[in-house]
Design a binder for this molecule. Structure first.
Ligand code: NAP
Length: 291
């Protein structure tokens, strides 16, 4: 019930209309009996700082920020968390003295999602596909989690080289090996954890994978696709066809939301509740069988 004490949270983006975030946060508020409502805000490029300042003035409790505003939002905040600064993208705003402080919960969200599936990064050799905003953040996560080697493959290899250099400068780690996407046959012959962070295979372009050659999939023991729409991507199908385990990105979405909710409410969300909210998300996405 909305009354005079109801706190407001929301997500700003463009487009924002098909966001799953309200489903996560309103379910959490409901189950934790918090008087809180979470709504989408469509904000135009160039208006982000004004929107953020207005939200602060309106006593909005917290905000998420989605594409294309994760960089522009930095113009409207008064402080930035060290991890978000390294990654160069903010997806969560938390109230602080005089304005919002920016965080990045996408990467901790991916890490928590992988932990919940018992996927280890520490000490592993990882193949990272892509060099866009998401892959850039995953590269920093790999460095932070002491991944042994990250073979980072992208169509435009120059982007990977820039990310590798930034990771080296900001973390002191030399773990990224930049490669062109087409050079995948040169990968040392062994089994890898592969994180698929390109947008190839995203709805409605479901019949494509960024690498289609089945020989590549022999090298994968675990494939984690950041895409969750569809929930069984072509990349995942190819991994499973060669005997590997495959996961989609819905748990990453869930946990980035949960970490934001925890920051806003200064409260830890228990794992069983995370599981209940995940079931709600799966139902909304029409995901029945994870096999
Ligand atoms: P982005 O910045 O637009 O980057 C897109 C990436 O895909 C680039 O590496 C790009 O390569 C590559 N790519 C696009 N079309 C390609 C093609 N035809 N062939 C080869 N490579 C191609 O996107 P992003 O923000 O990083 O997001 C990437 C994916 O992660 C999206 O599908 C998004 O839905 C997903 N994601 C999921 C979550 C979650 O919570 N689960 C969070 C964030 C993102 P070039 O650099 O060569 O163009």
């Amino acid at each position: 019930m909305i009354d005079g004490h109801t706190r407001v949270c929301g997500v700003i983006g463009n487009p924002v209309e098909h966001t799953m975030s309200p489903a996560i946060h309103n379910a959490l508020a409901d189950k934790l009996s918090h008087n809180l409502v979470y709504v989408p805000f469509h904000v135009e490029t160039g208006e982000v700082a004004a929107a953020v300042k207005g939200a602060y003035a309106l006593n909005v409790l917290g905000m998420n920020v989605t594409v294309p505003h994760k960089k522009e939002v930095m113009e409207g905040i008064v402080e930035i968390d060290a991890l978000a600064e390294k990654i160069g993208a903010v997806n969560t705003l938390v109230r602080t003295e005089g304005g919002f402080k920016g965080y990045n919960t996408d990467m901790p969200g991916l890490y928590r999602a992988m932990c919940s599936e018992n996927i280890r990064m520490e000490g592993e050799d990882v193949i990272l596909l892509g060099a866009g905003g998401a892959a850039r953040a995953v590269a920093f996560l790999c460095a932070e989690k002491n991944v042994a080697k990250v073979y980072m493959l992208n169509r435009s290899v120059e982007k990977v080289r820039m990310i590798a250099q930034e990771v080296r400068e900001k973390t002191g780690k030399e773990c990224i090996r930049p490669m062109a996407l087409s050079d995948y046959p040169d990968l040392p012959d062994k089994k890898y954890l592969v994180i698929q962070a390109t947008s190839v295979g995203l709805f409605p372009d479901e019949d494509r994978a960024v690498i289609e050659d089945e020989a590549f999939y022999k090298k994968i023991h675990t494939g984690f696709d950041l895409i969750y729409r569809p929930s069984n991507t072509k990349f995942m199908k190819l991994v499973k066809a060669r005997g590997g385990k495959a996961y989609h990105g819905l748990k990453m979405l869930l946990y980035q939301g949960i970490i934001a909710y925890e920051l806003w409410n200064n409260e830890t969300v228990p794992e069983d509740l995370a599981g209940e909210v995940y079931e709600i998300l799966k139902e909304k996405m029409g995901i029945k069988d994870e096999g």
